[in-house]
Design a protein around this ligand. Structure first.
Ligand code: SAT
Ligand code: MN
Length: 581
């Protein structure tokens, strides 16, 4: 038994005072016992065993349905190390204010100890964490989302190199809800929420916030990116990593189905949310997916929009805050079928098809094993990772950003990533649809000063002459009437084909002040209901819009004072002068 781990678990148990402590081994019998207990205490309802075998339905507290960015803190020793985009709490204050919330918090409950590995077992890029929790919902999710149990303890051995995460549902009161990260100690405390990103501590808390700090210290990258392999008709596969904010279609892009107009193309999913990237001996960046499953947004997922996600979650999966039918099946808006009769909403009320209450919460989720995904990449568990040819940044923007452009080089690409803006979504509590700057889609997930993070990106680019090319995409541009101009989904492969063409020195482009934009005709639109005029609009770079955009980026950068890397200031100045501003 790892003594360091045992001591930490003992001390947490002494403080939280659970009725019993259970170390999880990850076996099938064990999880079935947890499910049985969960049905008894109301955490889960068993779903229809015929149509959804081994699937489980969960309704959360209605006040606990998304990440709480205002209650998420970085508890570094120095406030400046958290930076202007993070909430900061002094470690001493955290101990005074939040540690007492754990005292006796697990009375009458079971404390589960979940050892887990993020990344393929035995991979030099993978890392061990241990989560202590009193939530069976968390146990069930972690069993799908990570490699957990005995295998993780075996990989850890006697090492003290693991992330400690303490989680309690507490009393679920938003007034006593805190998600704290101690980057110097590689430790996480989460209390008062059972929601995914707040409570599955291996995910955003470890694999992004804590890991981003480790990556800075150790010379690698921990990013909020999907990883996808794209195979052309000649059988050559190239890998792309892409960062979009939460609920902007990362899962859909990762599992894209090639359109009928592109016979011979195949798309292979490696990951849909997080990428850990390290240099290989050949100087290329290699990425692994630290996760073992998908925690995806349910509404809008249909056999049309994402058949692969749909097939992934037909068995051994969890459904949270979707509608629930009399037959024990899930339903959500945008599932592509009429709402069934006799359904209860995510709040447990009878569903009224004429009423205004939705069946599913807009941030309702499915949790499904990656191994069940029909298009899972044969390389997804390769311990070496997959070589990344291109990095895409993007957001949800009604205007300004063209469908796609390529940066002029690494530093300019870092600037493009740092300047990403996106309309907010339901994945976090707060107003939906307002544009905010979300650098590299990491605004809520960077565990240290964002300016230092950009510097780390700039420095990383100096280490190799085989860095991926950097692009920006926007599937969400609208016309004057507010209609989306680009069909999205499978058709996005047409854009990826241009991206990969650029990576192999082909792909026609015109130089604009923001970067290389495809020439008319460089993106194949044959068979698409997008006329040349619309395509023109989709690819247009409008001076007045970019004036406002660069002003907003400049204002955002001023928040960082002297810590802003000079390279980014230079890039901003150059962008302005290319426009003549
Ligand atoms: O943070 S979650 O993993 O719950 C979802 C998201 O915001 O990407
Ligand atoms: Mn995410």
């Amino acid at each position: 038994m790892n003594q360091d781990l045992k001591q930490w678990v003992d001390s947490c148990a002494a403080h939280c005072q659970p009725d019993r402590v259970v170390w999880l081994d990850g076996s099938e019998e064990e999880i079935q016992r947890v499910y049985e207990d969960s049905v008894a205490d109301g955490t889960f309802v068993k779903m229809n065993e015929e149509t959804y075998p081994n699937c489980w339905y969960h309704r959360s507290d209605p006040s606990d349905v998304a990440r709480v960015e205002h209650l998420t803190f970085i508890c570094s020793e120095k406030e400046d190390d958290a930076g202007p985009t993070n909430n900061w709490m002094a470690p001493g204050d955290a101990k005074k204010k939040v540690w007492p919330l754990f005292e006796g918090a697990m009375k009458g409950r079971t404390m589960y100890v979940i050892p887990y590995v993020m990344g393929p077992l035995g991979s030099p890029i993978s890392k061990v964490g241990v989560e202590i929790t009193d939530s069976k919902y968390v146990v069930a999710n972690m069993r799908i989302m990570t490699r957990m149990g005995k295998a993780a303890l075996d990989q850890l051995g006697d090492s003290t190199d693991y992330c400690k995460g303490l989680h309690s549902l507490g009393d679920l009161s938003p007034d006593r809800r805190f998600i704290l990260h101690f980057p110097e100690d590689r430790e996480i405390w989460s209390v008062g929420s059972g929601y995914g990103g707040n409570a599955l501590l291996g995910k955003k808390c470890y694999a992004l916030r804590i890991a981003s700090v480790m990556a800075r210290d150790q010379g690698w990258l921990a990013e909020h990116m999907l990883i996808v392999g794209i195979e052309n008709p000649a059988g050559e596969t190239r890998y792309v990593a892409a960062a979009f904010p939460s609920a902007c279609g990362k899962t859909n892009l990762a599992m894209l189905v090639p359109p009928a107009s592109m016979p011979g193309w195949k798309v292979w999913t490696v990951g849909d949310d997080i990428a850990w990237m390290k240099f290989g001996p050949d100087g290329q960046l290699y990425a692994i997916n630290p996760e073992n499953g998908f925690f995806g947004v349910a509404p809008g997922t249909s056999t049309k929009t994402n058949p692969n996600a749909f097939k992934t979650v037909q068995k051994n999966s969890l459904f949270t805050n979707v509608g629930f039918t009399d037959d024990g099946e899930p339903w959500w808006e945008g599932m592509g079928t009429e709402p069934p009769a006799n359904m209860t909403t995510w709040k447990g009320a009878p569903y009224d098809p004429k009423g205004s209450e939705k069946a599913a919460h807009p941030n309702s989720r499915f949790t499904g094993p990656a191994s069940q995904c029909p298009c899972i990449s044969p390389e997804w568990e390769n311990p070496k990772g997959v070589p990344i040819s291109a990095i895409l940044f993007g957001g949800r923007r009604a205007s300004t950003n063209p469908l796609v452009f390529e940066s002029f080089g690494w530093d300019h690409g870092v600037f493009v990533g740092a300047a990403v803006g996106s309309e907010t979504t339901a994945a976090a509590i707060g107003k939906v649809g307002v544009v905010r700057r979300d650098p590299m889609a990491m605004l809520p997930f960077c565990g240290y000063n964002m300016a230092d993070y950009w510097k780390h990106w700039i420095e990383t680019g100096k280490k190799s002459d085989k860095m991926p090319r950097i692009f920006h995409v926007n599937w969400f541009r609208q016309d004057a009437d507010g209609n989306y101009m680009w069909p999205g989904f499978g058709e996005n492969l047409r854009v990826l084909a241009w991206v990969l063409d650029r990576c192999s020195g082909k792909g026609e482009a015109v130089e604009t002040p923001i970067g290389h934009v495809p020439t008319p005709g460089a993106i194949d639109t044959s068979g698409l209901d997008v006329d040349p005029k619309t395509m023109d609009q989709l690819l247009s770079v409008k001076k007045d819009e970019w004036k406002a955009e660069l002003d907003d980026q400049a204002e955002f950068f001023t928040k960082f004072g002297d810590r802003l890397p000079s390279e980014l200031q230079d890039q901003l100045n150059q962008a302005r002068s290319r426009f003549g501003f």
